[in-house]
Design a protein around this ligand. Structure first.
Ligand code: PRP
Ligand code: URA
Length: 209
């Protein structure tokens, strides 16, 4: 069963609270998402393996720790997932980025795919699928299935806000995928929006409404 990690760090919570406020404009919303993504990936990466490496400091030879596991891939779900990429790449500059284009049909709430471009060696990477919102879970589940169908199996899902419905959907469809969130919200409304949430993440990031 997927584990759910909730990051209740005061800095993350403070920044997220400003993002939720409807009076926060696009520029500040983008900057805060960028900052929170960076803070979150610090914790998401906590269990990455390291190995001992011999180096020489200006003073002497010594043994230090370096990352040793699979290289990282970041897979934003378009559009809103794009807002989390820069913050993560700041901390993991060698990560490759793959894109999956999905939008949620407003009537059926089903994900519709329109784009996919993954790193050629995606199946050899530890993949972080990123999207600020996990609502019904339909988009994230479809994106994960999509990359699994291409042979990828080391997958983590990183969301800003999740609804219980979305978490249950991922736990049912992808029990091998752990979920990392800044907040677990209460529920969905009749239109599939997260309550209290922050509204439409893509529109608030890109100013399209
Ligand atoms: C939003 C969000 C997720 C999806 C979550 O994207 O960024 O991808 O909805 O909803 P779900 O869990 O019910 O599938 P949206 O479809 O609005 O597309 P956008 O990012 O292009 O705005
Ligand atoms: N997508 C969003 O952007 N926000 C929600 O609350 C639900 C889905």
């Amino acid at each position: 069963m997927s584990k759910v990690h909730v990051f209740d760090h005061p800095l993350i919570q403070h920044k997220l609270s400003i993002m939720r406020d409807k009076n926060t404009g696009n520029k500040q919303f983008r900057e805060l998402l960028d900052e929170i993504a960076m803070l979150m990936v610090y914790e998401v990466a906590r269990d990455l393996p390291t190995e001992d490496v011999e180096i020489e400091t200006p003073i002497c030879k010594t043994t230090v720790k370096m990352l040793s596991g699979k290289p990282i891939g970041i897979i934003p779900i378009l559009r809103a997932g794009l807002g989390m990429v820069d913050g993560i790449i700041n901390l993991i500059p060698n990560a490759k980025v793959g894109h999956i284009g999905l939008y949620r049909d407003p009537e059926t709430l089903q994900p519709v795919e329109y784009y996919c471009k993954l790193p050629v060696d995606a199946e050899q990477r530890e993949l972080f699928v990123v999207d600020p919102m996990l609502a019904t879970g339909g988009s994230a589940s479809a994106a994960i299935q999509f990359i699994k169908d291409r042979g990828c199996h080391n997958i983590r899902l990183v969301n800003l806000i999740a609804a219980p419905e979305g978490v249950q959907r991922i736990q049912r469809d992808h029990p091998d995928v752990n979920i990392y969130v800044a907040a677990m919200d209460e529920k969905l409304n009749d239109h599939g929006y997260i309550i209290p949430g922050l509204g439409d993440a893509g529109d608030r990031l890109f100013g399209t409404k």
